[in-house]
Ligand binder design. Structure first.
Ligand code: 5GP
Ligand code: ZN
Length: 146
């Protein structure tokens, strides 16, 4: 995609602080870190959302996540980390090229994702389970777009 900033970063057309690169993926420092050491992992090929990747492309991308997380945690002497991923504007996605955030975390670092647990009414969870398992068996959700 000619106007995608992450495509340009992956191609070396826009400067970035590279952390990792191979034939299909690229990792670099997030320019506006949630916490110091915040890394982004992207596929070199342009996909907007995680759901656009076929299984093999998703597996290839995920294969390097634990290694990048181990390196980020070691460098930051972190107590833990978040892997975070946005899809669509409603989810907070600001760059429309699929990416994983790798964010080192420390005990009492004061950061919060403001996760607010909800609850289901009676039978509501089962209705959702049925909808989702039905969709899982639908051919249109079986694999990503090419
Ligand atoms: P999103 O909000 O889409 O989940 O995450 C996009 C991330 O990309 C943000 O954390 C933002 O700071 C980062 N980002 C946006 N533009 C650039 C850029 O040009 N260079 C780098 N290194 N990071 C960027
Ligand atoms: Zn792109």
């Amino acid at each position: 995609m000619s106007d995608c900033i992450f495509c340009k970063i992956a191609a070396g057309e826009v400067a970035s602080s590279k952390v990792y690169e191979d034939d299909t993926k690229f990792a670099f420092m997030d320019i506006a870190p949630v916490r110091p050491g915040h890394v982004l992992l992207i596929p070199k090929k342009h996909y907007e959302r995680l759901t656009d990747l076929q299984d093999e492309a998703a597996a290839d991308l995920a294969r390097v996540l634990p290694r990048l997380a181990r390196a980020t945690v070691a460098a930051a002497r972190a107590d833990g980390f978040n892997i975070f991923q946005t899809n669509g504007r409603c989810s907070g996605q600001s760059v429309a090229h699929v990416h994983f955030h790798i964010i080192p975390r420390h005990n009492d670092d004061g950061y919060s994702f403001h996760w607010r647990p909800g609850q289901y009414a009676a039978d509501e969870m089962e209705a959702w389970r049925k909808k989702i398992t039905g969709a899982l068996h639908d051919k249109s959700t079986a694999d990503g777009r090419r």
